[in-house]
Design a binder for this molecule. Structure first.
Ligand SMILES: *[C@@H]1O[C@H](CO)[C@@H](O)[C@H](O)[C@H]1NC(C)=O
Ligand SMILES: *[C@@H]1O[C@H](CO)[C@@H](O)[C@H](O)[C@H]1NC(C)=O
Length: 556
């Protein structure tokens, strides 16, 4: 894994036109193949751009073959070769399809946009994770095909993304293409070049149908996360528009710096078959020196689907993902008119940004409330828990979003945090339904104040505190209301509270102890058979062998 991939993992956790071969547009010439690879006596599917000769001619498409067939056509055809696949065909591959010269194109004949798009399918038993490699070739195009990593049959495998594009190039295009079932960490990756004077630039990623990509959870054999991105973009001045990304599990669209890129009108939906999705659109990584200047993220729709949820709709800054980093992300960035609906834990969180944010017109009115109906914040820090409990969707830390290179314009619905809270990627699947009451037989309950939690019921929580007090709290709607308390305090609980403990003894007595001995007791020794906590009065009951009530907390 590259360091870039590692950054994409939540471990703890412009505008350009198609220059050539616009779908439906003219092609300008053709050249016969070298006779190497064309099955069934078909004429070859090699078209090359020739600016001096224009010979319109009907040409055939590739109706069978493997990656070797396509790769031989690209190699022999050179620059601007178009390999057309016939509608409906499936090309099984055991190694990548490789673009070998500038301007080459892989497409389905006639540029269909439905299920007749030809399919490149990774074969089970192979060790390939990248079906297509287009790195470091200018102006290449992947148009109107389907690329299937076949993960359900070929299996999860660490490695490069299903579509590997980018590098030191300009003008690459992936459009009207289905990309799904990546075996590795991303469905589509535009990698950076690492060269300031020759960056990945001016790519076009439009009208694609991406996903499912990855699964929730961790591989038990390797310990690797099974999740994957939809689109992972490290390419400046790039157009990422009108894509539909369904069932990505890491980030739907991860923007790695990529100054000047426009991310518009994309639809991102989490899916119950893939599970929890970490992020909708991420601007959290320090790639490109943490430079996001001129990035525009507008008119996207981010939806947490039924039976799943998206933890963080749009994450902005160095402090919001699970791997906070010391560089502060920067740049004048526009995030406007995005729509969040369904099960989204936090729609936009901003912390760790320098300079000129415009974040306006984003709508969260369609988000499911309360957030606790689809996710749990039990693993989060206290600030995140409080915001989650309040179903606050738009959250920022003002001191962590400074406008030093331009004024901030942030819509008024944002909740301003008083505390610098990092790692908002902390939500988990909801807890199973909790009971309305819970009972203990003698000698089965002993909890001290360092553990604190005695029992959790539905919207109700009972705790023993470091001051000796035992308290029952209603937590409905995330608002904590004390319903009862023992109100017997102690200063002899020890520094961590471990000397104050609550026990239902083997003799049937319910006793609170501190460092000096019993603080209070039910006095039911020899008679108590069952201790019951309830979310309604009587809150705590000790009953006898006929079920009769012997004592309640009200007797204290
Ligand atoms: C950030 O990227 C923009 C666009 O490429 C560039 O003009 C600017 O100089 C960069 N800023 C820094 C501080 O590198
Ligand atoms: C918030 O905390 C992070 C991590 O400790 C730190 O790097 C950052 O500077 C803090 N932000 C502010 C505004 O103090």
């Amino acid at each position: 894994m590259t360091s870039l991939q590692a950054l994409a993992l939540p471990l703890a956790l412009n505008f350009l036109s198609l220059v050539h071969a616009v779908p439906g547009g003219p092609w300008k010439g053709w050249r016969a193949g070298k006779g190497c690879c064309i099955p069934h006596g078909d004429s070859p599917t090699i078209i090359t751009e020739d600016t001096t000769t224009i010979i319109p001619r009907q040409f055939s498409c590739l109706s069978t073959g493997t990656q070797s067939t396509i790769n031989a056509l690209f190699s022999s055809g050179g620059a601007n070769t178009i390999v057309r696949l016939c509608p409906g065909v499936t090309i099984p591959i055991t190694a990548p399809v490789v673009f070998t010269a500038p301007g080459q194109e892989l497409s389905t004949q006639g540029y269909p946009t439905d299920s007749t798009r030809a399919t490149i399918l990774i074969q089970p038993g192979s060790t390939v994770t990248s079906a297509i490699r287009g790195n470091w070739q200018n102006n290449i195009k992947v148009l109107n095909i389907q690329v299937d990593g076949n993960r359900p049959n070929a299996g999860y495998l660490g490695g490069d993304a299903l579509l590997e594009m980018g590098g030191g190039t300009e003008g690459q295009t992936v459009s009207h293409t289905v990309v799904k079932n990546t075996r590795s960490w991303s469905c589509v990756h535009f990698i950076g070049s690492g060269q300031d004077n020759n960056p990945c630039r001016q790519a076009t990623v439009t009208f694609n149908e991406v996903g499912p990509c990855g699964h929730e959870g961790v591989d038990s054999a390797t310990g690797n996360g099974l999740w994957a991105d939809g689109l992972s973009i490290e390419c400046k001045d790039t157009t990422v528009t009108d894509n539909t990304i369904t069932g990505a599990t890491d980030g739907g669209i991860v923007i790695f710096g990529s100054p000047g890129s426009h991310i518009l009108r994309n639809t991102i939906v989490s899916s119950s078959s893939s599970g929890l999705q970490f992020g909708g659109i991420n601007m959290v990584d320090p790639t490109w020196g943490a430079n996001y200047s001129g990035v525009v993220v507008s008119d996207n729709t981010i939806t947490g689907g039924p039976g799943s949820f998206i933890n963080l709709g749009i994450g902005m800054g160095s402090q919001v993902w699970s791997n906070p980093h010391p560089e502060t992300n920067f740049g004048q960035v526009t995030v406007t008119n995005n729509v969040f609906t369904g099960n989204v834990g936090f729609s936009i969180v901003m912390n760790g940004w320098l300079g000129g944010l415009t974040v306006t017109g984003n709508s969260v009115s369609g988000v499911t409330t309360p957030s606790s109906s689809f996710a749990s914040a039990a693993g989060c820090g206290s600030v995140q828990q409080a915001e989650f409990a309040a179903s606050h969707q738009l959250v920022y830390y003002p001191a962590g979003v400074m406008g030093s290179s331009g004024p901030n314009n942030i819509q008024s619905q944002f909740t301003a945090l008083a505390t610098n809270a990092s790692n908002w990627l902390c939500l988990t699947d909801p807890l199973p339904p909790l009971p309305d009451s819970k009972s203990f037989a003698p000698n089965t309950l002993s909890v001290d104040a360092s553990t604190s939690r005695v029992v959790s019921l539905r919207d109700f929580h009972i705790q023993v505190q470091g001051d000796g007090n035992v308290v029952g709290i209603d937590t409905t709607g995330g608002v904590w209301t004390v319903k009862w308390a023992s109100s017997r305090y102690s200063s002899a609980c020890g520094t961590n509270g471990a000397q104050c403990f609550l026990a239902f003894g083997i003799d049937g007595n319910f006793v609170m102890y501190d460092g000096n001995g019993p603080l209070w007791a039910s006095g039911t020794d020899g008679r108590g058979q069952l201790l019951t906590f309830s979310r309604e009065a009587p809150w705590v009951t000790v009953s006898g062998n006929n079920g009769q009530t012997l004592w309640t907390i009200g007797n204290l």
